[in-house]
Design a protein around this ligand. Structure first.
Ligand SMILES: Cc1cc2nc3c(=O)[nH]c(=O)nc-3n(C[C@H](O)[C@H](O)[C@H](O)COP(=O)(O)O)c2cc1C
Length: 325
């Protein structure tokens, strides 16, 4: 399937794997790219720019297809060495970058000079328009259903995507809550040029995370995510567990007086414990409502092939039937 997104990134299928902390290692990105999508290494999961350079080199050994790097700008205790990460991306010859969390304007000249296509992930039409105006090449429009940080506007993709289509000139992909071929077709119908998936890609054979994480996603329904850190205006959609219940109790008790330090135990440093060690109750980890649509753990190729086959079948049969009637 050819879309503006497949053309832009030189990929076969209009499917991107969003950056994911402690999931987006070279193994994940290479598996998605080898299956014809665009895999992304998560930059900040690598502790230093040097580590990122090594991860990019490792990914290149696993695939000769295009892959990218996610660079997330989120409030953090110690500001990461962003100039160093950008340098590692450029020197590593990466041609696609997903930015997220904050306005990437400061980094665009260097990235664009290196011929890198930048797709900025945002949760609102106004941020998407801003991304367009500063020169981003594409936008990943992340609806309220998404795993991770849905922002504070709470607009679901059923409205957000057609609103983005009304306003944007640059191509965008539908992100948040996507897991199957019918949703790809719906996204295309609403003006998107592809999809971005996070949670769905964790429940794959190649995702380099503990089996407990994959099993938890398959076991979860669409009712099993919670929003945490809302009082801090840093809302995150996570899978419910004992640590998250504890965090929510603290939010209830402390109300608007809550500070980051009050919940540090449930949010700081939990990703390695969950993703690598499978300690599922230690705290908050991002997971989308799409968990309710995830019932198996295929390879990335099986998943992407299934999504594309279903999409083609829906377009050529189910939709064609309505068109003819
Ligand atoms: C475990 C996990 C970790 C994530 N970490 C990041 C991250 O570090 N940076 C980022 O920009 N997005 C991150 N995301 C968001 C994804 O890139 C993507 O936008 C989101 O998962 C889409 O929603 P979905 O999970 O419903 O597919 C993360 C998502 C998950 C599930």
């Amino acid at each position: 399937m050819k879309t503006r997104i497949t053309e832009m990134f030189g990929i076969e299928h209009p499917i991107i794997q969003g950056g994911m902390h402690f999931v987006g290692f070279a193994e994940m990105a290479a598996a998605v790219s080898n299956a014809g999508g665009l895999g992304l290494i998560t930059g900040l999961t690598q502790r230093t720019p040097d580590d990122l350079a090594k991860e990019i080199a490792r990914c290149r050994e696993m695939t000769d297809k295009p892959f990218g790097v996610n660079l997330t700008f989120l409030p953090s205790v110690n500001t990461p060495d962003y100039p160093g990460y950008v340098k590692a991306i450029i020197e590593g010859g990466v041609k696609a970058v997903e930015t997220a969390g904050n306005n990437p304007v400061k980094w665009l000249p260097a990235l664009k000079d290196a011929g890198i296509k930048v797709i900025h992930k945002c949760t609102s039409v106004r941020h998407s328009l801003k991304a367009e105006s500063i020169g981003c090449d594409a936008v990943s429009v992340d609806g309220f259903e998404c795993g991770g940080h849905p922002g504070e506007d709470d607009v679901g993709n059923w409205v957000l995507l057609p609103r983005a289509a009304e306003e944007l000139k640059i191509p965008f992909v539908a992100s948040g809550g996507v897991g199957n071929g019918a949703q790809l077709v719906a996204a295309l119908a609403m003006g998107a040029d592809g999809i971005n998936m996070g949670t769905r890609f964790i429940a794959t054979k190649e995702a380099p995370v503990h089996q407990n994480v994959k099993d938890a996603i398959v076991a979860a329904s669409e009712l099993d995510t919670r929003l945490v850190m809302r009082p801090l205006r840093n809302t995150e959609r996570v899978l419910v567990n004992a640590g998250v219940e504890r965090l929510l109790q603290k939010e209830k008790e402390l109300g608007s007086n809550i500070k980051f330090e009050d919940i540090i135990e449930e949010v700081a440093g939990v990703y390695p414990k969950i993703m690598m060690e499978g300690q599922m109750d230690v705290g908050a980890w991002s997971c989308g409502m799409v968990a309710g649509l995830i019932h198996d753990i295929p390879t990335c190729k099986e998943l992407i092939d299934r999504i594309m086959a279903d999409a083609h079948q829906i377009i050529s049969q189910r939709l064609a039937k309505f068109d003819a009637s």
